[in-house]
Design a protein around this ligand. Structure first.
Ligand SMILES: *Cc1c(COP(=O)(O)O)cnc(C)c1O
Length: 370
């Protein structure tokens, strides 16, 4: 069976983990953690990045940082992973799910604009498949209505929009290093803070509500409980694995892009399916290759019979049990349900062999009688 995903592995991770063990510092914010956050800050060109146990944890931190209160409305696409919504539902917010644009499956700025009320607190966008949302339009709506913007950039590390790194445009952004993402450490994430005034509070929330970080920097002579918080740290063993991957980010993305282009060139002649669209303002990191077809179920079965794991994606959150409890769809669901029903994601991971990609392409063409 050809896997849908394999966690990225460079081959130098063991050595880094052994070094972390020898350092005798295994908890968070150690030397490997610092190397990773420095890398993120340099690469992204952002003021502050902190490592978290997951993108989910980073999203929860953003909900605290914007002081989400019961009754606040948060606008986001319905077509996303549960964590995008959960982080705010945990704080009692009402989620306003809005429609996506069919070409990219990214949040529709027009739908956002129509969903804004005097209770709206924030817009959380998701850069689906590592391809950027229309951030100019989103930031304009946010400025006009005095709203926070959070980028769920879980899939989007190294992708750009108008020459800017995704994750550096909104007030906060969150990345994932889950094993299904381009760069991984099993479970892990990062919070990027572009809103300068929130940096200090973010460091306190991360350390269980204490000012331990200021203590470590020698800014205070003992640390104490200052605020609410939780344990939002990534341990050093994971940070060591992550460090090797970040150092090889270029190599990882190039390899994935090669596969992505091979799929694109190999499948573009099939007229009855649609392929991912990359807007002119965007460059992407080849996080995902999906096709849209009216015959999803049959195609997935056909691929499975040929030893290939191809998978669907998100069930729109507004139609889920929890989604109905914590929010509702604002406006009309023109594309979310209809388009998400057509998505089939193809195997794509670092080091996938060319012959395997050729096999997937040939089996898809065979299905469509080409
Ligand atoms: C993967 C993903 C998450 C969750 O990431 P974790 O690191 O597993 O918490 C959140 N949002 C989106 C859009 C994702 O793709």
């Amino acid at each position: 069976m050809l896997n849908f995903n394999k966690p990225c592995y460079i081959g130098k991770e063991e050595t880094a983990i052994q070094e972390a063990i020898a350092n005798q510092k295994l908890s968070g914010n150690g030397p490997f953690g610092l190397r990773c956050t420095n890398w993120l800050e340099d690469y992204l060109g952002c003021e502050k990045a902190i490592l978290t146990p997951s993108c989910t944890g980073a999203l929860e931190m953003t909900a605290l940082l914007i002081e989400t209160n019961p009754g606040d409305e948060i606008i986001m696409p319905s077509y996303t992973f549960v964590s995008t919504a959960n982080a705010f539902a945990l704080r009692g917010a009402n989620i306003r799910f809005v429609d996506v644009e069919p070409e990219t499956m990214n949040i529709s700025p027009a739908a956002v604009e129509r969903a804004v009320t005097d209770k709206t607190k924030a817009i959380t966008v998701v850069h689906y498949a590592g391809i950027g949302c229309d951030m100019d339009a989103i930031m304009e709506i946010a400025d006009k209505n005095n709203l926070w913007v959070i980028e769920d950039a879980a899939q989007a590390l190294t992708s750009t929009y108008n020459g800017k790194q995704l994750g550096t445009i909104g007030h906060f952004s969150t990345f994932s290093f889950h094993e299904t993402k381009n760069i991984t450490c099993g479970e892990g994430g990062a919070l990027v803070i572009n809103h300068t005034a929130s940096v200090e509070r973010a460091e306190i929330l991360q350390e269980k509500g204490t000012n331990r970080k200021q203590f470590a920097k020698g800014m205070v002579d003992k640390y104490s409980w200052r605020d609410v918080g939780s344990s939002y740290l990534l341990n050093e063993l994971s940070a060591a694995y992550l460090w090797v991957q970040l150092e090889h980010a270029g190599q990882i993305m190039d390899d994935r892009l090669k596969t992505w282009r091979k799929y694109y060139d190999g499948l573009k002649s099939i007229e009855t399916i649609s392929l991912p669209h990359v807007p002119d303002e965007c460059t992407h990191n080849a996080h995902m290759f999906y096709i849209k077809t009216e015959h999803r179920h049959e195609l997935m079965n056909h691929l499975k019979d040929n030893g290939i794991m191809a998978v669907s994606h998100y069930v729109p959150l507004h139609s889920s049990h929890a989604g109905k409890q914590f929010g509702k769809f604002a406006g009309e669901d023109i594309f979310t349900t209809a388009e998400s029903d057509k998505i089939v994601r193809l195997p794509l991971y670092y080091g996938i062999e060319e012959k395997d990609v050729d096999h997937v392409i040939s089996r898809i063409k065979h299905f469509f009688k080409l």
